[in-house]
Design a binder for this molecule. Structure first.
Ligand SMILES: Cc1cc2nc3c(=O)[nH]c(=O)nc-3n(C[C@H](O)[C@H](O)[C@H](O)COP(=O)(O)OP(=O)(O)OC[C@H]3O[C@@H](n4cnc5c(N)ncnc54)[C@H](O)[C@@H]3O)c2cc1C
Length: 455
């Protein structure tokens, strides 16, 4: 183990004292909804109360449907209550992963889907009067080393061909915006940052107000297929002609999409609030969310509570597509290292919290949205990886329309053959290998950045 690695791990294990089992944004709600007891029925059962589930439930209710939501813990317990809060469009989507598979025309539709996610959420925040500190500053994908320019420009060019609107920002423009000096140049896209905890709890509040029947602490254990779907929970059943599985990274554990998506663990650290002097030392007046073009990106943003949030950088995979809710010391150590590297004036700042959550990823990195069962009345949504704030919200609208009998063009654009995942232990080996390769390349770039800073 190298000295750097040892230092990272030591930092990480010290940090686990700050570990939060439910992420840094939400608390268990005071009005926790009771577990389902007995037998109930509705027009649609939605399983999972994150952005996708709550958005679907709200859109269906607006169409006049009677909706039941089953949530194993409480709304916002999954990735929706733990993410970095970037409302991001197509910027940073790995276009080359899927362009050849789906062709130019469909790829354009997919890019539009990502970008529409931003517009959709902005509209819903206004319509539903959800206050979640949304800052429509635009998002910047910014390089930390000159060697990242080629990858950044290539991604911008490919994106532009597919309709992704971004603008190159040179170093003068980044400095004029007050973006911290570690970020050299980048590309800007429409979007912004929000408090995902306030967003998901806002959706929950509106859902309860508009008559969605939410059962929390109610895990779906199994379900039967057919014209009527019956969901079994520990102390009851729920039946409906339609079911929507909005369980994302947890879906393989229900026996569905096991061969389509793999859950990946994403981690975050959040500092204590910065003092006025520390904020002033950064500049960064517009508080634009920044991500890097590393193979595994770093994301850095200020929050409305004046803390600095650093996420991603090191992903994890648990054998057999499990989703253990436990600390990832190595990932937190790597995030502290990124914090020190990018913000040297803040070196030594205390960490308020660290946490991890799960996203799901298909091998072609595309959303996995579709229908299954003999009646095609079991709908599901997963994938969307690091873009779920926008896309999984929008999917709610698309799935509600689909249940109402309309296939929106953006939903049609997602239809494609998702590559099959590998069986274990091959999947574990393949994902670990890919993540190690990405980390290795990123470490090489980071060493060059440190070398340039010290030399
Ligand atoms: C650390 C981190 C940072 C991220 N940053 C960003 C970002 O900045 N921008 C962005 O766009 N995306 C980001 N993402 C991804 C984004 O959070 C997800 O794509 C999105 O929240 C997925 O929403 P969802 O509703 O599909 O799934 P989830 O929010 O995971 O919801 C699934 C729900 O299903 C419930 N459930 C599971 N199994 C069962 C069962 N058997 N019975 C009942 N309920 C069940 C879970 O408890 C959970 O509440 C990040 C993710 C993480 C973890």
């Amino acid at each position: 183990m190298t000295a750097t690695r040892l230092a990272e791990e030591t930092k990480g294990s010290r940090l686990t004292e700050r570990f939060r089992l439910i992420g840094g944004w939400v608390e268990k709600p005071d009005d926790l909804q009771p577990e389902l007891v007995g037998d109930v029925s509705a027009d649609v059962i939605v399983v999972g109360a994150g952005f996708a589930g709550l958005s679907t439930a709200l859109e269906l209710t607006a169409l006049g449907a009677k909706v039941i939501v089953l949530e194993q813990e409480f709304a916002g317990f999954g990735a929706s209550g733990r993410n970095a809060g970037y409302l991001a469009g197509s910027m940073g989507v790995e276009f080359e992963f899927f362009l050849k598979r789906v062709g130019h025309e469909q790829a354009k539709g997919i890019v539009k889907f990502y970008d529409e996610g931003v517009t959709y959420v902005e509209r819903r925040l206004r319509e539903l009067a959800i206050e979640c500190d949304y800052n429509p500053s635009g998002l910047i994908r910014a390089a930390v080393h000159p060697s990242q320019e080629k990858r950044l420009r290539h991604s911008m060019e490919l994106g532009a061909e597919l309709g992704s609107v971004t603008r190159f920002l040179d170093s003068a423009e980044l400095r004029a915006r007050g973006i911290p000096p570690a970020f050299l140049f980048g590309c800007l896209q429409h979007g912004g940052t929000l408090d995902p905890g306030k967003y998901v709890m806002g959706l929950r509040r509106v859902a309860l107000k508009t008559g969605v029947k939410l059962y929390e602490q109610t895990a779906l254990l199994s379900y039967s297929e057919g014209p009527t779907i019956t969901c079994k929970t520990a102390r009851g059943t729920a039946s409906a002609p339609f079911m929507v599985l909005a369980t994302n990274a947890y879906t393989p554990q229900l026996g569905l999409l096991r061969d389509k998506v793999a859950p990946l663990r994403v981690s975050a650290i959040e500092t204590e609030p910065l003092s006025k002097a520390q904020l002033a030392s950064l500049g960064w007046a517009g508080r634009e969310g920044v991500v890097t073009p590393h193979w595994t990106m770093e994301s850095h943003r200020l929050t409305a509570r004046d803390t600095l949030l650093v996420t991603t950088k090191q992903l994890g995979y648990a054998y057999g597509s499990q989703t253990p809710n436990q600390p990832d010391a190595a990932a937190y150590g790597a995030l502290v290292q990124a914090l020190d590297d990018r913000f040297p004036t803040l070196r030594g700042i205390a960490i308020r919290a660290c946490w991890s959550g799960y996203i799901s990823l298909a091998y072609d990195a595309l959303p996995v949205v579709g229908a299954t069962g003999p009646q095609q009345n079991i709908l599901y949504t997963a994938g969307c990886s690091g873009h779920g704030v926008g896309t999984q919200s929008l999917v709610g609208y698309l799935l509600a329309e689909r249940i109402g009998g309309i296939e929106h063009p953006l939903l049609a654009a997602l239809r494609h053959k998702t590559p099959s995942t590998l069986p274990e232990p091959l999947q574990w080996c393949a994902i670990k290998g890919a993540l190690m390769g990405a980390n290795g390349m990123d470490r090489f770039v980071n060493r060059r950045v440190r070398g340039a800073a010290s030399g």
